[in-house]
Design a protein around this ligand. Sequence first.
Ligand SMILES: [Zn+2]
Ligand SMILES: [Zn+2]
Length: 380
Amino acid sequence: MKTCRPLPICLAALTLACALVAHDRARSPVRIPDLPGFQTLKCDFHIHTVFSDGKVWPDIRAEEAWREGLDAIAVTDHIEYQPHKADLPTAHNRSHEIAQAHGQTLDLIVIRGSEITRAMPPGHLNAIFLQDARALDVPDWRASLAEAQRQGAFIFWNHPGWTGQQADGVSRWYPEHTELVNSNQLHGIEVVNGREYYPEAHAWCLEKNLTMLSNSDIHNPLGLDYDLHLNDHRPLTLVFARERTADSIKEALVARRTAVYSGTVLVGREEFLRPIFERSIRVKTPQVRVRGKGSAMVQIHNDSDVTYVLRPETEDPDLSFPGEVRLPGGKTALLQVRGRAEDRQAERVVNLLCAVTNLLVRPNVPLKAAIEFNVTLLPK
Ligand SMILES: [Zn+2]
Ligand SMILES: [Zn+2]
């Protein structure tokens, strides 16, 4: 006699099949601690769409950013470079309008911007927090920047070492940049653009008190340029803002309260990087025992998504430390400490000074930070 498979089993098989092909429309938060009095907002202020030379419709830019855990983006299509205009007429404000409409449904802040695209000097500059991008479309770059200033824009220099304008990849400061700083028409510089880091720009931001920025300058769909499922991420400008609003972001940018998060590296002023590091890590075993020349494991938890790479620098008469310690993001790592004497007996507070080699407070200068724990030394 023919029997029929019970219906619940068929449904279970169907549910399983759906689960195997489901694609979640979900956001992955970027975990970097807030600073005292400020929220750490994750932002990208340099993005292209089909309205200049990008390959993506603007609302997709908002969705990509929301999913990647960003708080704010600026869509900054080129004013002067419009390679798609035979198919899509020039409309300087449209990419912002389309991206912002979708951003509003996602609680993502979308800022109106444009890329003023000129030969070096002054090179390419982004103006963000614009009122009307169309007014920047004038022949003279000085007039374009004066108009951006009149609209209250925050203006920064893009990719100063881009090989498209500097064949040797070295960033150069021209008299025109001094002119712009002096007329309050240049407020920041991209220290990172895409996967490039410009040490000269990093130094200039410190010398001239300019805002450090780190942006993707993305033209392709994000997933074509970044392996998001392999811990890769677009470069982010971290903005230390009083509130999660566009006005607060602008206030923080003007006040130079930013840092750069690119790949595995953080770049920024020490006053920002130190609390980020100190608020990320926690010693879970603050009291360990070392017997003779044996060893103990200090457990250190890292609450952030940044993997910190430490190079211990303390010379200790009683203990030796490894040459390098990695604290992977979101995990608890082991720091092995080893005794130097067979018969020593003491209670010790260890303040292990480390260079955090992937946190740069100046070009080639890492942040120095201490990790504190107690060690009971016992004879063998
Ligand atoms: Zn550019
Ligand atoms: Zn660009």
